[in-house]
Design a protein around this ligand. Structure first.
Ligand code: ATP
Ligand code: MG
Length: 312
């Protein structure tokens, strides 16, 4: 069964001064138990999508359901099964993390005893025990964020919406959040996550979706998305080649003291052979998710710019 299904979902923000089409006919399904990483530039529409899914914003068109329940018509049924960390979350300042989690759970209908056990477990999992009794108002931004993660993890929600859960977290804390997310997915919970850290999206997600100016450009496993790019290899050479020569294989970029270019497998092999003959230093690797993202989004932007030129 699919945890989330969006069909031709659109959202237009309207205000007295104008409108903004934040989502344009987005169709997306998220299988139960998967970790979906939604990535995209600032303003792509990630938070808009997540807010519609978490029933805090109405769509302008299309349809979305979560575990078969319509997010507009069956709001309460949806809310029972999800938990959310919004992008701009402000946990209650007058509580400490232990109380925050405990009250959140009792509000969701857990017994006191269950809420207590779950809270302690989540605090320990996210390395928050030593801060459990400190007022949230005295915690650093990253610790507040972690308290929010612990809060949703502690719940029994089957689907978790995390809007940039690790922004502002130190590298160690970030990994404790990753662990918690993986563990949740292991327990068959579905995770919908947005992030600007593409290494994070790559490390965690079972499926990746790329949103750009309201349009879904790609969706699938990392391998499926990698197949969408024309140039699946990243080649870096220092010396031995002229720009003109490399331009025959792709679009080289000068990085201070070496050339970097994305290219196909056959060309990558040929450049490697030539580099070897010329004694030039070279590295060849499959593209990272960041490279894939830049290629897919970059292509979309330049396609649009060409369109603009024609119109002018
Ligand atoms: N309340 C609002 N009123 C009008 N326009 C809005 C509103 N909220 C968002 N937008 C616009 O909708 C578009 C999508 O915004 P959204 O917050 O969904 O992007 P995002 O992908 O989450 O970006 P970021 O990575 O910066 O968080 C942007 O162009 C934004 O300016
Ligand atoms: Mg956002």
């Amino acid at each position: 069964m699919d945890a989330l299904r969006a069909t031709a979902l659109s959202k237009q923000y309207r205000w007295s001064g104008g409108t903004n089409q934040a989502l344009k006919s987005v169709s997306l399904t998220v299988p139960k138990g998967s970790i979906l990483g939604l990535i995209g530039r600032n303003g792509a529409g990630k938070t808009t999508f997540l807010r519609i899914a978490s029933t805090t914003l109405l769509p302008s068109g299309g349809k979305m359901d979560i575990f078969g329940h319509d997010v507009v018509q069956e709001t309460n049924l949806v809310r029972e099964r999800i938990a959310v960390i919004p992008q701009e979350s402000r946990p209650f300042y007058w509580m400490n993390p232990r109380e925050l989690i405990y009250y959140f759970l009792t509000l969701r209908g857990h017994t006191r005893e269950d809420a207590h056990t779950r809270a302690e477990q989540a605090l320990s999992e996210l390395g928050l025990l030593e801060y459990a009794d400190t007022l949230v108002s005295r915690l650093s931004g990253g610790l507040r964020r972690r308290a929010m993660v612990a809060m949703v993890m502690a719940s029994d929600a089957e689907m978790l919406f995390l809007d940039e859960p690790t922004t502002g977290l130190d590298p160690v804390a970030r990994r404790s959040v990753w662990e918690a997310i993986r563990k949740a997915a292991h327990a068959q919970r579905t995770i919908f996550l947005t992030t600007h850290y593409l290494d994070e999206a790559e490390a965690l997600s079972t499926r990746i979706a790329i949103l750009e100016r309201g349009t879904l450009l790609a969706e699938g496993s990392r391998e499926e998305i990698a197949q969408k790019v024309q140039h699946p290899y990243r080649v870096v050479v220092s010396g031995g080649f002229t720009q003109g020569e490399l331009e025959g294989y792709g679009e080289p970029t000068w990085l201070e003291d070496r050339w970097m270019l994305f290219t196909g497998e056959k060309d990558a092999r040929e450049i490697s052979r030539m580099a070897l003959e010329r004694g030039a230093r070279l590295s060849v690797a499959p593209v990272s998710l960041e490279d894939i993202f830049l290629q897919i989004v970059g292509k979309d932007i330049s396609r649009d710019e060409e369109g603009d030129d024609e119109g002018a």
